[in-house]
Write a protein that binds this ligand. Structure first.
Ligand code: 9G3
Length: 573
């Protein structure tokens, strides 16, 4: 491709709107343009990256026997009513109606549609197992679309659905997909990690997320450097504490602690460590009902764990008004002593904690040397906190570490949640009817491209991993002589003949402009052709990522590039 004839509108200036590096670089490299909040056009360069990721995904899906189809984007409300999700999802579901006032949504995911297809077409166990997938644009009306392709309202997803006869088959299918995902993300050239995940609102049985490791990632994971254990912090279980409770307890005391609403203020004032303080978090769990959760001062509450324990869909902190009304205590000074009308849950870390500090249910008052059982009654113990760095691994017992990641893929064992609700059954060899056991498997295609940039950039721009690079090599004629033009054209033709994806910067621009654009676009190899080099019969080849340069005779360049590109495509294969 000739740059003079291509539509790659690079930007010299920084686009102010972009909050993350991948969004900024996609705009600056001329890969995408915004049409509305969370809605983007993929320009030719961006689309090339998207297509390469899609090709890898297709190859690996086909390899494990998944079959590609294409379901409609418009989905009739009736299917979503059958599973209860028409009412469950609020404004995030993009709803519309046709000329006959029939309700539809723009598909945010396709469990309902694919399960409907299954129940109409599949009768017998002989037709199972069956795995279907598609690569399609989805719609979700996010409250706060941001970070470019990372969290758009319209986005490209590969979604796959598996149907099995029994649990064992479903597990096998899940494992196969898990390995296909490892293969896909290895082939893209990304540094990733599969982690145990929470099954969330979709209500599956087991699930793993595929995280691209990047400091800018929105997800926090804990991992055990000694074993393969890794999990999203939302999900990671925390082992019971080991130490023993001390036997001698100090007498409870009331202390004046002016202006100490936060744990930090309190610790400064009392000169104690946050691990001696217990926070009393109050959640509204009914119209006029509050549930308290006690968490150690240096720990974070995990609302997903609390929610699951309570069997609730969502969890909101109680308003100061409700707190005043039910326990007559000021927010910031609430504590468990002397409160009898609410349910008290406590995190397991409190099992071994003695002589701790809690709110005194009066402004500017705390209680010290507090002990559970002696001073108040805990109704339920549980794992209610977020795992953190240093917590023991459930596999090796060694301290775990934390890392940030971007979720690019997710695999779920669904069980019969959808097949039972929608009557997606098959007949076994004895003619008995059973609901199919399902799994679903997603990959964010655009998000994978964005994550690749988060992981592969420097101050000058992007450096693409070869397997998903929009072009393999870029020719930069940096002086305007006829000799340089002829050598560039010659090389361009040779490389194209060898099926190397090459971009020729034949624009009438200064060398500096060409260098800057090439560094920003991130083509892995830059072939720099100038009069000085040609006078010595050399052409410079630069590795965009490492900056390494070599000088080759013009006649050697094509075979060197071909060899280097093939090697980099193969290594990750
Ligand atoms: C909705 C809306 C938003 C949603 C969903 C439904 C997330 C929804 C979860 C999934 C799970 C899997 C198939 C591929 C693998 C992942 N946000 N989820 O179901 F109606 Cl508005 O999408 N889907």
């Amino acid at each position: 491709m000739r740059l003079s004839q291509s539509f790659i509108p690079t930007m010299r200036q920084d686009p102010g709107e972009a909050e993350v590096i991948s969004h900024r670089l996609m705009l600056r490299a001329g890969m995408i343009r915004k049409v509305a909040a969370g809605i983007y056009s993929y320009l030719p360069l961006g689309l090339r990256v998207i297509r390469k990721i899609e090709t890898i995904v297709r190859e690996e899906m086909n390899r494990v026997g998944a079959q590609e189809l294409l379901l409609p984007i418009l989905s009739p409300a009736e299917l979503w009513e059958e599973t209860g999700r028409w009412d469950f999802y609020g404004k995030e579901l993009v709803r519309l109606h046709d000329r006959h006032e029939r309700n539809f949504c723009l598909g945010p995911t396709h469990e309902e549609v694919v399960t409907d297809l299954f129940r109409r077409e599949v009768r017998s166990y002989r037709q199972l197992p069956l795995t279907l997938y598609q690569i399609q644009t989805k719609f979700r009306d996010e409250i706060r679309p941001r970070f470019g392709l990372m969290r758009g309202r319209e986005f490209i997803m590969k979604d796959a659905y598996s149907f099995d006869q029994d649990e064992a088959g479903a597990q096998q299918n899940y494992q196969r997909m898990y390995h296909a995902y490892c293969q896909i993300f290895s082939r893209t050239g990304l540094n990733f990690r599969p982690v145990e995940a929470d099954t969330g609102l979709i209500g599956g049985i087991s699930s793993h997320e595929f995280m691209v490791l990047a400091n800018t990632g929105e997800e926090l994971i804990v991992f055990d450097p000694e074993s393969s254990y890794a999990a999203n912090v939302e999900r990671a279980e925390v082992a019971l504490p080991q130490e023993k409770k001390s036997e001698e307890l100090q007498p409870l005391e009331k202390v004046s602690t002016p202006n100490t609403k936060s744990v930090e203020d309190l610790c400064d004032f009392l000169k104690v460590d946050a691990s001696r303080v217990v926070k009393t978090l109050l959640y509204q769990t009914g119209d006029n009902e509050i549930t308290a959760v006690l968490i150690r001062g240096d720990h974070q509450a995990n609302e997903i764990k609390i929610q699951r324990f309570l069997g609730l869909h969502d969890l909101t902190l109680a308003s100061p008004e409700l707190v005043e009304k039910i326990i007559a205590a000021p927010v910031g000074f609430v504590g468990p002593v002397g409160i009898s009308n609410i349910r008290l849950l406590a995190d397991n870390a409190l099992r071994t904690l003695t002589d701790f500090i809690v709110g005194g249910n009066q402004t500017d008052v705390h209680l010290i040397n507090v002990n559970s059982t002696r001073d108040f009654v805990i109704h339920d113990w549980g794992d209610f906190r977020q795992a953190q760095a240093g917590d023991p691994s459930p596999k090796s017992g060694q301290p775990m570490q934390t890392a940030r990641g971007i979720e690019v893929g997710h695999v779920f064992m669904l069980g019969t949640k959808y097949s039972e609700k929608m009557g997606a059954t098959y007949l076994d060899a004895e003619g008995q009817s059973h609901p199919a056991i399902m799994g679903c498997y997603g990959i964010g295609i655009g998000r994978t491209a964005a994550a690749a940039i988060e992981q592969n950039h420097d101050e000058k721009g992007i450096y693409w991993p070869m397997p998903i690079a929009p072009f393999h090599a870029q020719i930069l004629p940096v002086t305007a002589s006829e000799a340089v033009r002829v050598a560039s054209e010659q090389l361009y033709k040779e490389l194209e003949d060898q099926h190397i994806e090459v971009l020729l910067d034949d624009r009438n621009e200064r060398g500096g402009v060409k260098f800057n654009d090439a560094d920003m676009i991130g083509t892995p190899y830059h072939i720099i052709i100038g009069d000085k080099g040609l006078a010595k019969n050399t052409i410079e080849v630069k590795d965009r990522k490492t900056g390494e340069k070599i000088h080759l005779a013009p006649s050697e360049v094509t075979s060197w590039i071909k060899h280097a590109v093939m090697q980099k495509l193969r290594v990750q294969n």
